[in-house]
Design a protein. Structure first.
Length: 73
């Protein structure tokens, strides 16, 4: 497969975030085609432990996107 070249410097930050979201949404449908790297399990375990202990909190994805947009735009 040939590498895709996009003129990213011509896009605004918000447009780049939208592009990332579109790609991510598309990749979700193909998750079984991807094998996680071996180190990923340890990272997930560490994050689950941090959440369980109250060291970190989670946000709803829509809330997180809005917070990101407010902070970068």
């Amino acid at each position: 497969m040939n590498r895709i070249e996009l003129p990213l410097s011509q896009y605004t930050y918000a447009q780049k975030l939208d592009l990332l979201e579109l790609i991510w949404d598309d990749l979700i449908g193909e998750e079984k085609a991807f094998e996680s790297p071996h180190w990923h399990e340890a990272v997930l375990k560490d994050r689950e432990e941090a959440l369980a202990s109250g060291k970190v909190t989670v946000s709803d994805w829509e809330e997180a996107k809005e917070r990101i947009r407010r902070n970068v735009l």
